[in-house]
Design a protein around this ligand. Structure first.
Ligand code: CP3
Length: 350
């Protein structure tokens, strides 16, 4: 698959701001959040063999294999490193397990507890396999065709898992800590900012060409808390990584913030839209990012048929002439029929 030519991929050109005007038969580059996962029988087979989900993430051979599965099947323009946002707490020494049918379970951190510290050597000893996965992928992928995305969770979202001990509905413990003890919560965020800068720089050194930050739970915060704990830490991470990697493009996904997404506009080359935003609104109001990404409803992909085609067409029409990456507004869900992903791929002209 490897090629030696140095032409920039369609995906990277789009993140530079090049629009893919469909009237001239060009197309938006495409990939899907959580494109490697349980909706694919070949993923379920490797997952079963690997044992635990963490074993799958931390074994470069299996992580490379599952990263490549959706590329082989659908020919997406980007491959995203197969890993998880909770690898950072693991690197910081927090106990982490993925329990079947329940999701992530962490040894919960409480306000008043001794905070984790970041030691790059200890961190890499725990998670260094991820960098091997990235460099292995870089060798496997043809850079002209398939762009390699590295990623991390944004500090707020990662902190919610560290403090709640897993998934949560209201993030009450994390928010309470941030309100009652902003100093110590700020110190926890500092540790996450510092370790995430290191983690992303290591991915870039290993060959990641784009970096994405997932702030899945940004929408749970009130406006001033969101500025403190979601937007600012993201800005600090991007600035920190840029000291070592001045040219690497970022995609920011701040989910659930609604029209306040304008606050995040201009920090990164790509801005990812969740399902709630009208693409017409986004185009009108988010003008600083080079490119917008999104935002098909993952359930439209489950529904399929005429509804799926209509949604895809609506997004592409709204984004025509604007640099745009077609993607979902959130991760693909396990019950998605593969035939509907094929329908999506056909409709976008991949
Ligand atoms: O996009 C990709 O294909 C790359 C891999 C990827 C995974 N998780 C694999 C995964 C990425 C980018 C993530 C990010 C992630 N992880 C986020 C942010 C993005 C989002 O979806 O909002 C969050 C919040 C997590 C935390 C997490 N990981 C939870 C809550 C769970 C359990 C829920 C579930 O779907 O099972 C996971 C597990 C997980 N991460 C799976 C996969 C493929 C499923 C594990 C399995 O195979 O059993």
């Amino acid at each position: 698959m490897k090629s030696t030519s140095s032409q920039k991929s369609l995906f990277l050109r789009t993140l530079d701001g090049q629009s893919n005007d469909r009237s001239t038969e060009k197309r938006s580059p495409a990939w899907m959040m959580r494109q490697a996962g349980r909706y694919l029988p070949e993923y379920r087979a490797v997952r079963k063999e690997a044992g635990s989900f963490l074993d799958l993430c931390l074994n470069p051979e299996t992580a490379i294999e599952v990263t490549l599965q959706p590329i082989r099947r659908f020919g997406f323009d980007a491959a995203i490193l197969f890993s998880d946002i909770l690898i950072v707490p693991l690197g910081l020494g927090q106990d982490l397990k993925f329990v079947e049918g329940r999701g992530p379970v962490l040894e919960a951190l409480s306000k008043g507890d001794v905070l984790p510290t970041f030691d790059p050597i200890a961190f890499d000893a725990k998670v260094g396999a991820v960098y091997q996965t990235v460099s292995g992928l870089r060798t496997e992928l043809d850079a002209d065709k398939t762009t390699l995305i590295g990623f991390a969770g944004a500090p707020w979202t990662v902190a919610t898992y560290m403090v709640e001990g897993g998934s949560s509905k209201d993030f009450a413990k994390t928010k309470d800590w941030a309100f009652c003890q902003p100093d110590t919560f700020g110190k926890l965020m500092d540790v996450l900012v510092e370790s995430t800068i290191h983690y992303l720089n290591q991915q870039a050194a290993a060959g990641a060409e784009v970096l994405k930050l997932f702030d899945t739970w940004a929408g749970a915060l009130s406006p001033n808390q969101r500025e403190l704990w979601s937007r600012k830490p993201i800005e600090r991470i991007i600035a920190g990584v840029r000291k070592t990697n001045p040219d690497i493009p970022f995609i920011v996904f701040a989910r659930g913030v609604g029209p306040a997404l304008t606050d995040y506009d201009g920090m990164s080359e790509g801005l990812a839209l969740d399902t709630s935003l009208a693409p017409e609104w986004a185009r009108e109001n988010l003008t600083k990012a080079n490119a917008l990404q999104g935002n098909l409803d993952p359930i439209a992909l489950v529904a399929g048929g005429a509804a799926l085609d209509a949604e895809v067409d609506r997004i592409l029409t709204a984004m025509d002439g604007r640099a745009h990456v077609i993607n979902l507004g959130h991760g693909i869900i396990p019950q998605t029929p593969i035939s509907h992903v094929e329908q999506f791929v056909k409709r976008i002209g991949l």
